[in-house]
Write a protein that binds this ligand. Structure first.
Ligand SMILES: *Cc1c(COP(=O)(O)O)cnc(C)c1O
Length: 452
């Protein structure tokens, strides 16, 4: 029951909006966002949940941290490239580049001559410096766009040969065969699911064949009685060979021996390589095209190329990823189990100190296994270390209550782990250095909640 007295006591909107903290938030986040949290706090007062003098404080506490409804989260799943968590987290260098590019920048201007400059030249050069086997490069919106542009530019009204073992569904219901055929080109499937031979391709070549496509099965394994011609063999057919390597490794990775890379594919005879920027390369969403000068030029000149063009933010982040220090993805792949164990022990000690509760029964350091994820290297797992908590911790960690715990420096951030064998495991391999403070604060908060 709301008494008339209480209704009168609810602080007025204009008085609340004059609170310096809410006024500052209106500048930063926009007035509608602040008005909404004020209205909600007033309603809680009317409902008797808050005393009138608590309304301003509650509105401040309910302010979102940023004007995007995306939430920063900590990836403790142990899946290095996690599609649901935005694939690759960017390096500090790439984030800084994004900040620069967010304003007005010389993306198509030569500051020395004052004339128009070539868009994205620095990012393309960074790519070519790392892949000297490529004569030219082009960057588009994602790998799907790279494939579609390739089909549009190189195979209009013609045929593309592909092995039946490589008709891949990428995820979310999208299939490479359907994507390619959306260009109007015809996909001609050869061989069988498990075995395709060079002669299957050779038998299918006609004057209508535009190119041969080799797609890396990046999210599944075909094992047992299998065969597929190599790029080097396909190159003997006398047709252009386009290799979709998927993950975006530019050079061989010592820990991922079966994952294809751009340099090797080109050296073996691929004329064009397509890949994603935000998988194992560890950069922004992008589609990389690397290959012969002639083919890349045909793609660049195709009218649809403009529709696949990347923005200045992508160019900036990609260049910084390529030129900058080790990416978080590379660091996660490189970490060895003994170092991860030491890091898990260190994080556990910090969490115990921070939680200020007897938490030994609730928190332990355990061995676990990490995966590369949707980004590539299907079936590959690494020994890792993590923190084990009760199963009930998973939901708390996903939605930590207050944004800022009194007395704690770090805001609480949703921490995503995995539930296995009745406990929540937080794999430290995928927790970046930048995430550590928020990770410690949030897990400590969850332990306090569980101990109550
Ligand atoms: C991931 C993937 C794609 C799709 O790449 P996007 O950058 O997500 O468009 C295409 N082909 C292969 C082999 C892949 O692994």
């Amino acid at each position: 029951m709301v008494t008339p007295d209480l209704r009168r006591a609810v602080p007025r909107t204009d008085a609340l909006l004059a609170d310096p903290r809410l006024a500052e938030a209106a500048q930063r986040l926009g007035a509608p966002v602040v008005k909404r949290v004020v209205r909600e706090a007033q309603q809680r007062c009317r409902d008797g949940e808050l005393a009138p003098h608590e309304v301003a404080e509650a509105a401040v506490a309910a302010l979102p941290a940023a004007s995007t409804s995306l939430h920063r989260v900590v990836n403790a799943t142990g899946v290095v490239v996690h599609t649901n968590l935005g694939r690759a987290p960017l390096s500090p260098a790439a984030r800084e580049a994004l900040d620069v590019a967010a304003g007005t920048v010389d993306v198509e201007l030569d500051l020395v001559t004052g004339r128009r400059g070539r868009r994205g030249a620095a990012a393309l050069q960074a790519l070519l410096d790392q892949v000297p086997e490529a004569q030219d490069a082009l960057v588009v919106n994602n790998n799907a766009a790279a494939l579609l542009l390739t089909a549009l530019a190189l195979a209009p009204g013609r045929e593309i040969l592909v092995s039946r073992g490589e008709l891949v569904e990428i995820g979310d219901g999208f299939r490479i065969p359907a994507l390619i055929e959306a260009s109007g080109a015809r996909l001609r499937e050869v061989g069988t699911t498990n075995r395709t031979h060079l002669h299957d391709f050779a038998d299918a070549v006609t004057e209508r064949t535009a190119f041969v496509l080799k797609v890396h099965p990046s999210n599944f394994l075909v094992t047992g009685f299998t065969a597929a011609p190599s790029i080097a063999e396909l190159a003997t057919l006398g047709l252009p060979v386009v290799a979709d390597i998927g993950s975006g490794l530019l050079a061989p990775h010592p820990r991922l021996p079966d994952e294809p890379d751009a340099r090797t594919a080109l050296r073996e005879g691929a004329d064009l390589v397509t890949a994603s920027g935000d998988k194992l390369l560890g950069g922004p969403q992008a589609g990389l095209l690397l290959g012969t000068g002639e083919l890349v030029q045909r793609l660049r000149r195709h009218p649809s190329a403009r529709a696949f063009r990347v923005d200045k933010l992508t160019l900036a982040a990609l260049e910084a990823t390529l030129r900058g220090p080790q990416t978080p993805v590379a660091a996660a792949l490189a970490a060895d189990a003994a170092d991860l164990r030491a890091r898990a022990e260190d994080l556990a000690a910090r969490i115990r100190a921070d939680s200020r509760t007897p938490s030994d029964a609730l928190l332990s350091v355990v061995a676990c296994r990490s995966a590369v994820g949707g980004g590539g290297a299907p079936g590959v797992e690494f020994d890792s270390a993590g923190l084990a908590l009760p199963e009930a911790a998973a939901a708390l960690l996903r939605q930590p209550g207050p944004r800022l715990v009194p007395g704690s420096e770090s805001p609480l951030v949703p921490v995503l782990g995995r539930v296995e064998s009745g406990r929540t495991v937080l794999d430290v391999r995928t927790v970046t250095r930048e995430d550590e403070a928020a990770f410690v604060a949030t897990v400590a908060w969850a332990l306090r909640e569980l101990a109550r």
